[in-house]
Design a protein around this ligand. Structure first.
Ligand code: HEC
Length: 127
């Protein structure tokens, strides 16, 4: 009788533990980025190249692809690392976006990632 009671106690303890130990972690996807305005004016020479100069050319000036130095960067990244109008599928953007492999290398800020996003979204023109 005592044995049965102990077993029951053990079983109910196990069931309780199992029931309370489960915890669901829902992964909340990042909200889609709002589309930049149609009249957005981001220029490769005025906005993107200065960003490359400040944060990337210390490593990307020849030996490590892509070459991001002035005069060479555009043809080195478009189209190899950029899908015009599609930042999310452009490696140049994804490596600099939060979680990307270049964020800590280049100390990339949110404002800089945003420039890349808007430039690619608007067609990644060499302007
Ligand atoms: C400290 C050095 C360093 C800095 C600074 C740096 N990178 Fe890189 N980058 C690398 C190395 C090394 C690789 C080769 C792949 C790897 O190790 O992840 C690379 C690879 C890449 C690639 C190719 C990714 C691939 O998987 O083929 C791109 C695109 C890139 N970097 C962009 C950038 C941009 C844009 C910046 C500036 C914000 C930057 N990198 C800053 C070192 C650096």
């Amino acid at each position: 009788m005592k044995k049965r009671f102990l077993r029951l106690l053990f079983l109910s303890g196990t069931v309780l533990t199992l029931l309370t130990a489960c915890e669901y972690d829902y992964i909340v996807p990042a909200p889609p980025k709002p589309a930049p305005p149609a009249n957005d004016t981001i220029s490769f020479s005025q906005d993107i190249q200065p960003f490359f100069n400040a944060k990337c050319v210390s490593c990307h000036a020849g030996s490590i692809a892509p070459n991001l130095s002035a005069g060479l960067a555009y043809s080195d990244v478009v189209p190899a690392y950029v899908v015009a109008n599609s930042p999310e599928t452009s490696q140049l953007y994804t490596v600099c976006a939060p979680g990307g492999s270049m964020v800590s290398y280049g100390n990339v800020t949110n404002a800089e990632v945003d420039l890349l996003y808007r430039w690619i979204y608007a067609g990644a023109k060499n302007d």
